[in-house]
Ligand binder design. Structure first.
Ligand SMILES: [Zn+2]
Length: 140
């Protein structure tokens, strides 16, 4: 089990940087996009406006393949004010085949009994309501 303050995981907290503001627009179009550092070519998902590897600050958009495997997961039963109706849900750490580690929820239609570390998962864009988009893991 993992504990990293998952309950604080927000839907949009990673889009605060202006440079990667288009991220949600891509998600709305059902595209999973990450950023690639123009200098060292490291690919980030979720996207970053700068590169923590070489400290380069020029990035470009690249489409991310959502295929990967489940590293670990936890069931979240408590949520901060305003998010109570979301619980319980399964929060997962996945490793994409392209190398990125991604935290995301499992799709609501996936139950805890179906989930096993090491299994194949697929990260897909997901529309929460009219305004909010995110991405989630599904069983491929
Ligand atoms: Zn770099």
């Amino acid at each position: 089990m993992i504990s990293m303050g998952f309950e604080k995981f927000g839907f949009v907290s990673y889009v605060s940087q202006a440079k990667i503001g288009e991220f949600t627009e891509y998600l709305k179009k059902n595209q999973l996009m990450g950023t690639k550092c123009k200098k060292c070519e490291k690919v980030y998902f979720p996207p970053r406006g700068d590169c923590i590897s070489c400290l380069g600050d020029e990035v470009e958009w690249v489409e991310i393949n959502g295929d990967g495997k489940l590293v670990t997961y936890t069931e979240v039963n408590f949520a901060p004010t305003g998010f109570q109706e979301d619980v319980p849900y399964i929060l997962a750490l996945g490793l994409l085949n392209s190398g990125q580690q991604v935290f995301a929820r499992f799709s609501k239609d996936v139950s805890l009994e179906q989930v096993k570390s090491g299994m194949a998962v697929q990260l897909v864009p997901c529309q929460i309501d009219e305004d909010r988009v995110t991405y989630e893991f599904q069983i491929p």
